[in-house]
Design a protein around this ligand. Structure first.
Ligand code: F6R
Length: 619
């Protein structure tokens, strides 16, 4: 969840690191810090709070060193404080480490190192790494034998990392080897690349692509040694290896707000493009094709059970896809939160398909669930937004959502990309199983494409949404209700509202209201109803009436042309008519805007809500 960056080159490192950290800040923003090689020493500057505060403090130092490492933190072990901020240094202050991940055996290592005289200055799991490397480096300097081609800091990092249990992306420096950065990883992404002014390492390509678009995604257990002129790669045995380079094609403007007040609004407005790009090239000679899944129609035809595993917003995309896969392909489908799935004993056979949905492609629970499902013999498809991410690498096939980098912590455009990708998968399964006529599949594919223009229309006039937001803003709690597809859409609406506005929100299948939650409703209590045209429209209207009769302030998301709804709701947000199976694509957009609008009025930080981070790389 943390962001790490490193640079060694021909220009002062501090501004390069601060720029990289600003781009990585969405990964965590509890504290930040840098270490720069300065006159034979490592100068460490750390601050609690955001990167801007660190930048302010760094301004008081005259840092001219041309190599350094930096970190922006989402606290796991130890509260957000300057002492717990990275980089962490060894006893002598000559080794500095930044870390993304969790060291599970840190308590044992800390105990062992303390007994050997190491002094700890933080509550973090990371600090043990600095001390372990310090010890190993000292042993090597005394001539300890090693069988690898590596030496010095590289070998010390290699040997020390063999003692670590857990997950890590590391960047390490030593004052004894100025200009050298060593990096390694396990279950956490590390990207390295060589620009015209030096070598870069980061936990995310966004911090590197200003310098180079040709990057290496470091393999698990491998290491890289960066110097100003060169990047050398080694496997876990310390043997020199050649790594494959990947070209990153997305635009640099993903890192800019492009005139919007926040990334979330910019990304909401990118959704029509995401829909179009995700569908591009999928209908070939009248047939659906998703070659990346690497499965024949015969193999797809054999699938008799689907599990969709994901967390948060991605889980909600799964709930919507369940309706499509069962409805179109007639395959029984379960949707499970990855953190539960991995600790259950689900029934998996060779004809089970597991679909892992993860925007970041890094979510620890989803990754663990993928591994578990593969061990049990399932075929795993990943749906992710990040090229070369762990989910992409560890799945048998992958569909990329074409959302491009998403910066705002609250997912919007990647969610729509997931909905479109999962719709395609559902249609592909229906095609392979012969459960729908081809002209019906082509018709739905066309209608999927039409949603791009329908979303554009929703975005063109948001006045009704803003008015509803103003009506809800003083509430302390809200209920989101719907039935069928609407029940799943309601869950995503509630999540968006709570995560960015800090208003308590809950989602219920509307029919469940009278079994408990209706007790919450009194005068002016907001009930947001997904009341689009669907086979259960009349039932939803009855539930809305029940809420209204108890004084609720009803905001309805309804289909254009529906006059009836205005008789029951205080605010109606109209959206274009689409078939029910695709309604999540359009109905989610006003809910995203509603949540944002309420959060803006409440003065919340839209892109970086408290306590959250974009990639959840811890259990
Ligand atoms: C909410 C949100 C989170 C993520 C969840 C899973 O807006 O973004 O709920 O959906 O943390 O993340 P990914 O999709 O990266 O696995």
């Amino acid at each position: 969840m943390c962001g790490i960056v490193g640079y060694t080159g021909t220009v002062p490192a501090a501004p390069v690191l601060l720029d990289g950290l600003a781009k990585l800040e969405y990964r965590g923003y509890d504290s930040a810090g840098i270490a720069v090689a300065e006159g034979g020493k490592l100068q460490v500057v750390r601050r609690r709070g955001k990167v801007a505060e660190l930048a302010h403090t760094v301004g008081h130092f005259d840092l001219t060193g041309k190599s350094g490492i930096g970190h922006t933190r989402w606290a796991t072990h130890g509260r957000p404080s300057e002492a717990n901020a990275h980089p962490h240094v060894s006893c002598a202050g000559d080794i500095a480490v930044v870390h993304n991940g969790i060291i599970e055996n840190f308590a044992d290592l800390r105990e062992e190192l303390s007994q050997r005289g190491h002094t700890f200055r933080s509550e973090t799991d990371t600090e043990v790494i600095a001390h372990l490397i310090e010890e190993t480096y000292a042993d090597l300097s005394k001539g300890a034998s090693t069988t690898s081609e590596a030496s010095g800091l590289l070998e010390a990092v290699r040997l020390a990392s063999m003692r670590l249990v857990g997950s890590y992306g590391l960047a390490v420096m030593s004052s004894k080897e100025p200009g050298v950065i060593v990096t390694t990883c396990k279950d956490m992404p590390i990207i390295v690349g060589k620009g015209s002014d030096g070598a870069y390492v980061a936990s995310d390509a966004i911090a590197v692509i200003g310098a180079t678009r040709d990057v290496v995604f470091l393999k698990d257990g491998h290491l890289a040694r960066l110097t100003c002129d060169d990047i050398a790669f080694f496997d876990g045995y310390g043997k020199s290896v050649t790594e494959e380079t990947t070209h990153i094609s997305w635009d640099m403007d993903v890192a800019e707000k492009g005139g919007y007040p926040d990334f979330m609004l910019k990304e909401i407005h990118e959704q029509p493009r995401v829909i179009r790009d995700t569908l591009k090239g999928r209908l070939v000679a009248g047939h659906l094709e998703i070659d990346e899944l690497d499965m024949t129609a015969e193999e797809l035809n054999l699938i008799d059970r689907v599990y969709i595993i994901a967390c948060g917003t991605s889980y909600h995309a799964g709930l919507i896809a369940k309706e499509q896969i069962e409805g179109w392909a007639r395959i029984p489908t379960e949707v499970e939160v990855a953190s539960e799935f991995r600790y259950r004993n689900p029934i998996i056979t060779p004809t089970t398909l597991v679909v892992a949905v993860s925007q970041s492609g890094e979510t620890a629970d989803t990754l663990a669930a993928i591994r578990d499902a593969r061990i049990k013999g399932a075929r795993v498809f990943g749906i992710t937004n990040v090229l070369g991410s762990p989910v992409a690498r560890e799945s048998d096939g992958v569909i990329y959502t074409k959302a491009n980098k998403e910066i705002a912590v609250a997912s919007t455009k990647s969610f729509l990309g997931q909905l479109v990708s999962l719709s395609l998968l559902a249609l592909l399964l229906a095609q392979a199983k012969g459960k729908m006529r081809m002209n019906q599949i082509r018709l739905i594919f066309r209608e999927l494409g039409d949603t791009a223009e329908q979303v554009e229309r929703i975005l063109a006039d948001t006045s009704a949404i803003d008015e509803a937001a103003r009506a809800c803003v003083d509430a302390t709690s809200a209920l989101f209700v719907g039935r069928g597809m609407g029940a799943a859409i309601a869950k995503e609406g509630a999540l968006k509202l709570k995560e960015i506005s800090y208003l308590h929100a809950e989602a219920y299948a509307a029919g469940e209201m009278k079994h408990g939650p209706i007790a919450l409703i009194d005068e002016g209590f907001p009930v947001i109803a997904i009341a689009t045209q669907s086979p259960v429209y009349d039932k939803v209207i009855s539930n809305v009436q029940e809420a209204k009769a108890r004084g609720a302030l009803v905001v309805a998301i309804a289909t254009e042309g529906d006059k009836e709804i205005a008789n029951h709701a205080d605010h109606v947000i109209y959206i274009p008519k689409v078939r029910d199976a695709l309604s999540a694509i359009t109905a989610s957009v006003p809910l995203q805007l509603l949540a944002r609008s309420i959060a803006v009025i409440r003065g919340c930080d839209i892109d970086q809500p408290r306590n959250l981070a974009k990639s959840v790389t811890v259990e």
